[in-house]
Design a protein around this ligand. Structure first.
Ligand code: 2GW
Ligand code: MN
Length: 295
């Protein structure tokens, strides 16, 4: 459990993962109402978390999809930057899903880090490429990940690591605040508002970004399986949620609260411009090439 007790003392024990100082940042929300910490720069000592996870021999899986034109466009910078910044010091296995395994660039990986390529069929519609990741991740957890790693993090490929994305981000069930919405009133959240969809919701806690989610493999599997079931039910009913898998993810995380929340420092968009509360950029959205890649 990562749920922190009510904030009595200054230093807090968040359960398994180490110390988080919820008062180190007074300019932002650092705890949800259900007691999950929201991780911001300044709240933690990276070496404490790293030491703890080294002692526990924590192993981390990273899943990423590079299908069709996204392979050439994004995969190499994503992986090279992950080598520099993602869970450095811990054993990491990259699971790269692609329709074109021969085209995966060869990469010299750091010690303890490995890469597995898994072939997936290419969906006809891009919405399905995105949504069917939920099914593929479930299958990969069942087939490979569960006996190789304790934790799994699932990423969009169209992004690049630019700062530490480390063991402080590990937790039972981890979700990311979407950089476009974290400072906006809830009425702007782009939840699915169609009652015919399984992803329908009329209220929520936050708007989470599907570009990054993770946790213990059991918890991630529950999420991906539930989202996949929702997606398939929608297909039977001939509806599609507004933001596809992201809508289903938001619905699931409203019903099953995450135990740790990552601030938008963990996935920032440079298009937003400067904000005082964003003290580091750990992962940045890559330049969108919608016209070239979506048509
Ligand atoms: C996706 C949209 C349009 C054209 C192509 C693709 C596409 C996506 C593709 O051709 N090949 C591919 O491998 N993908 C994978 O799906 C890739 O890993 C990519 O990062 C991911 C999601 O697609 P993306 O990044 O273009 O969508 P975003 O950045 O607008 O993502 C948000 O909304 C999505 C649902 O519409 C997802 O929930 C995503 O997780 C969100 O970040
Ligand atoms: Mn993306």
């Amino acid at each position: 459990m990562d749920v922190c007790p009510l904030p009595y003392g200054r230093k807090l024990w968040d359960g398994t993962d180490g110390f988080l100082d919820l008062w180190a940042r007074t300019d932002v929300q650092t705890c949800t109402y259900w007691g999950a910490p929201i991780i911001w720069e300044g709240m933690f000592d990276p070496s404490v978390f790293d030491q703890l996870h080294k002692e526990k021999s924590t192993r981390v899986a990273l899943t990423v999809f590079a299908v069709g034109r996204y392979l050439d466009a994004y995969l190499l910078p994503f992986l090279m930057s992950a080598e520099q910044y993602f869970m450095v010091g811990l054993p990491v296995t990259y699971y790269v899903f692609t329709d074109y395994p021969e085209k995966i660039p060869s990469l010299k990986l750091g010690q303890g880090r490995t890469l597995e390529v898994i072939q997936v069929a290419r969906e006809n519609r891009w919405q399905d490429v995105s949504m069917m990741r939920m099914k593929t991740i479930t299958d990969a957890i069942d087939g490979h990940i569960h006996h190789q790693c304790e934790y799994v993090f699932c990423f969009d490929v169209d992004q690049i690591f630019t700062g530490r994305f480390g063991s402080e981000a590990l937790g039972d069930s981890v979700a990311l605040l979407h950089s476009f919405y974290y400072h906006r009133p809830k009425m702007f959240y782009t939840y699915d508002h169609n009652p015919k969809s399984e992803a329908y919701m009329d209220k929520g806690d936050f708007y989470y970004h599907a570009a990054v989610f993770g946790g213990r493999w059991q918890k991630v599997r529950n999420l991906t399986e539930a989202c996949y079931q929702g997606i398939m039910k929608d297909k039977e009913n001939e509806v599609e949620a507004l933001w596809h898998d992201e809508s289903h993810l938001n619905k699931y995380l409203f019903l099953h609260k995450p135990t740790k929340v990552l601030s938008p420092e963990y996935c920032w968009s440079m298009f937003i411009g400067h904000r005082n509360d964003i003290r580091v950029h750990r992962l940045l959205w890559a330049q969108k090439q919608y016209n070239a890649l979506r048509n």
